[in-house]
Write a protein that binds this ligand. Structure first.
Ligand code: HEC
Ligand code: HEC
Ligand code: HEC
Ligand code: HEC
Length: 385
C-alpha cells in the first residue's frame, strides 16, 4: 500500500507558490515527496503525523544533514529496515541518482520549514516577552499599539521582519519604559505568530503565506543592505563563513532579531542607515544564510582508498572474486555523488546477504567515509577510462 502526503501536512507553514530556488537549490523541492511515498518511506515514517510510526516522524524529529549524512543514516538503518520490510512483505526501496537527490532535497527542506507554532505557548510568551506592555491584541487598549493587523501573516518570518523594521523605535520605547526587549530562541516566533492569528479580531480573508526565499536574491540583498560590510569586508561582526545557522527559518529569524539592537548601535557609529526589509526580502536573506551554513562534509581520496580495504569492500571488489563483483575501476562511472549513493544503496541488500552467509555484518559508514569512498571510487573509475 502506498501512503500519501497532503500538501497541508508538509506545508503547514509555507505554501510554495511558484517560487523556486535558483542555482544549487532544487527547482522543485516537492519532487522528493513523491519518492518518499513511492518508495514506501511513508509506511514507516510520518511527516507531521501523517504516515507510519515505526521510524521517526520527520516533521517532529527533523533530519539535520546534507546528502552524505542521509546516505550514511539510511545505510546504517538498512538491515533493520529490511527486517521490518520482510515481516510486512514490502519491497525494499531502490533509487536512481535523481530519486536520491530529490529525496535529500525534500528532507533538507523539511528542516528549513521548521515546526508549526503553538498558540497556547504563544499566549504565555506574549506576556513573558513583555509584548503586552506595549501592544494589545484583540481588545484595544488605550496607549498600546494593536498587533491585530498581523493576523494575515501565516509565516513567522513576516512577524520577524516587521519587528526588525521597527526595531529602532521598539528599543527606544523600551529604554523610555525601562523594559528590556526580549530575545528569541527555538520556535518562539512561530508560537507568537500562531497566537496572534488566533487572538486577533481582524476580519480578513487575505492570508499571506511565506515563500521559501530565494538564496540568490538573498545574496544580493546581503550586500545591498550592508550586512556584507560588517560580516565580510570589515571585521565588525563575526565572519559570514563562521555563521552557524543550520536551523529552521524561524530560528534564524530569532538570531537576526537578537542582534538587531547591537547592529543598530554599530550602524549609527558607522554612519550607515539601518537596513529595513520589504516584501519577501527577509525570507530571501534567511534562505541565503541557511544554505551558506549547510553542513560541510570532509573526505579525501586517500582516506577512501584505506576505507575500501578496512570496510571489506576490497574483499569482493577485486579481480577473481567469487561474487561476480566488479573490480574497483569498473564500479562507475557515476554522473555525480547522488548517482553513486543510489548504486551503493541499491546493492546494500545483496551485499548484506553475501556478508551474512560469511557470518559478517554490513559495515557502518559515516558521512565522511561515504564521501571518501566516493572520491576514491570515482577517481579510480575515471583514471581507468
Ligand atoms: C520498514 C520501516 C522503514 C522504512 C520503510 C524506512 N525507514 Fe527509515 N527508519 C526506520 C527506523 C525504525 C528508523 C530509526 C533508526 C533505526 O532504528 O535504525 C529509521 C531512521 C531513518 C533515518 C534516520 C533519522 C535520524 O535523523 O536519525 C533516516 C534519514 C531514514 N530513516 C530515512 C528513510 C527513507 C528516506 C526511507 C525511504 C526510502 C525510509 N527511511 C524507509 C524505519 C524505516
Ligand atoms: C517597549 C515597548 C515595546 C515592546 C516591549 C514590544 N514592542 Fe513591538 N513595537 C513597539 C513600538 C514603539 C513599535 C513601532 C510602532 C510604529 O512605529 O507604529 C512596535 C512595532 C511592532 C510591530 C510592527 C507593527 C506593525 O503594524 O507594523 C510588531 C509586529 C511588534 N512590534 C511586535 C512585538 C512583539 C511580538 C513583541 C514582544 C516580543 C513586542 N513587539 C514588544 C514597542 C514595543
Ligand atoms: C554594523 C555592523 C553590522 C551590520 C550592518 C550587520 N551586522 Fe550582523 N552582526 C554584527 C555584530 C557585531 C554581530 C555579533 C554581535 C551579536 O552577537 O549580537 C552580528 C551577528 C549576526 C548574526 C549572528 C551570527 C551567529 O552565528 O551568531 C547574524 C545571523 C547576522 N549578524 C546577520 C546579519 C544580517 C543578515 C545583516 C544584514 C541585514 C547584518 N547582520 C548586518 C554586526 C552587523
Ligand atoms: C560481499 C561482497 C561485497 C562487498 C563486501 C561489497 N560489495 Fe559492492 N558489490 C558487490 C556485488 C556482487 C556487486 C554487483 C552488483 C550487485 O550484485 O548488487 C556490487 C556492486 C557495487 C556497486 C555498484 C556498481 C554499479 O555500477 O552499480 C558499488 C558502488 C559498490 N558495490 C560499492 C561497494 C563499496 C563502497 C563497498 C564497501 C563499503 C562494497 N561495495 C562492498 C559485492 C560486494
Amino acid at each position: 500500500m502506498v501512503k500519501k502526503l497532503t500538501l497541508q501536512t508538509i506545508f503547514a507553514l509555507v505554501l510554495l507558490g511558484s517560487a523556486v530556488f535558483a542555482q544549487e537549490l532544487p527547482k522543485n523541492p516537492l519532487a522528493g515527496r513523491e519518492v518518499f511515498e513511492k518508495e514506501g518511506c511513508l509506511n514507516c515514517h510520518a511527516v507531521n503525523g501523517t504516515g507510519g510510526t515505526v521510524g521517526p516522524d520527520f516533521g517532529k524529529h527533523i533530519f539535520f544533514g546534507n546528502s552524505y549524512d542521509l546516505i550514511s543514516k539510511m545505510w546504517d538503518h538498512s538491515p533493520k529496515m529490511l527486517l521490518t520490510m520482510i515481516r510486512s512483505n514490502t519491497k525494499r526501496p531502490e533509487f536512481t541518482g535523481e530519486d536520491f537527490r530529490d529525496l535529500g532535497n525534500f528532507l533538507f527542506f523539511l528542516r528549513y520549514l521548521g515546526r508549526e507554532g503553538s498558540a497556547s505557548v504563544g499566549k504565555r510568551l506574549f506576556v513573558s516577552k513583555k509584548c503586552s506592555e506595549c501592544h494589545s491584541l484583540g481588545r484595544p487598549v488605550a496607549g498600546k499599539i494593536s498587533l491585530d493587523s498581523m493576523k494575515v501573516y501565516v509565516s513567522p518570518v513576516y512577524l520577524a521582519q516587521e519587528m526588525w523594521n521597527h526595531s529602532v523605535e521598539m528599543h527606544k520605547k523600551g529604554v523610555a519604559k525601562t523594559i528590556k526587549l526580549p530575545t528569541f530562541s527555538d520556535n518562539e516566533f512561530a508560537d507568537l505568530t500562531a497566537y496572534i492569528r488566533k487572538a486577533s479580531l481582524l476580519k480578513s480573508e487575505k492570508e499571506v503565506y511565506a515563500y521559501p526565499g530565494d538564496p540568490v536574491l538573498g545574496e544580493k540583498l546581503f550586500k545591498e543592505k550592508g550586512c556584507y560590510y560588517c560580516h565580510v569586508e570589515k571585521p565588525v561582526g563575526p565572519n559570514l563563513n563562521r555563521f552557524n545557522l543550520n536551523k529552521s527559518v524561524t530560528k534564524i529569524a530569532g538570531v537576526m532579531w537578537n542582534h538587531s539592537d547591537k547592529m543598530a548601535v554599530a550602524m549609527k557609529g558607522l554612519k550607515r542607515p539601518y537596513p529595513t526589509f520589504t516584501d519577501d526580502q527577509m525570507a530571501d536573506v534567511i534562505s541565503y544564510l541557511y544554505f551558506k551554513s549547510s553542513p560541510k562534509t570532509t573526505g579525501s581520496e586517500e582516506l577512501g582508498a584505506r576505507l575500501f580495504k578496512e570496510k571489506g569492500c576490497g574483499n569482493c571488489h577485486q579481480a577473481g572474486n567469487h561474487f561476480n563483483a566488479p573490480t574497483v575501476d569498473k564500479l562507475g562511472p557515476f554522473n555525480d555523488k547522488d548517482d553513486f549513493f543510489a548504486a551503493l544503496w541499491n546493492h546494500a541488500q545483496h551485499m548484506e546477504q553475501l556478508l551474512t552467509s560469511q557470518g559478517k555484518q554490513l559495515p557502518k559508514l559515516l558521512p565522511n567515509e561515504v564521501k571518501s569512498l566516493y572520491l576514491f571510487i570515482d577517481g579510480r573509475t575515471k583514471a581507468s577510462r
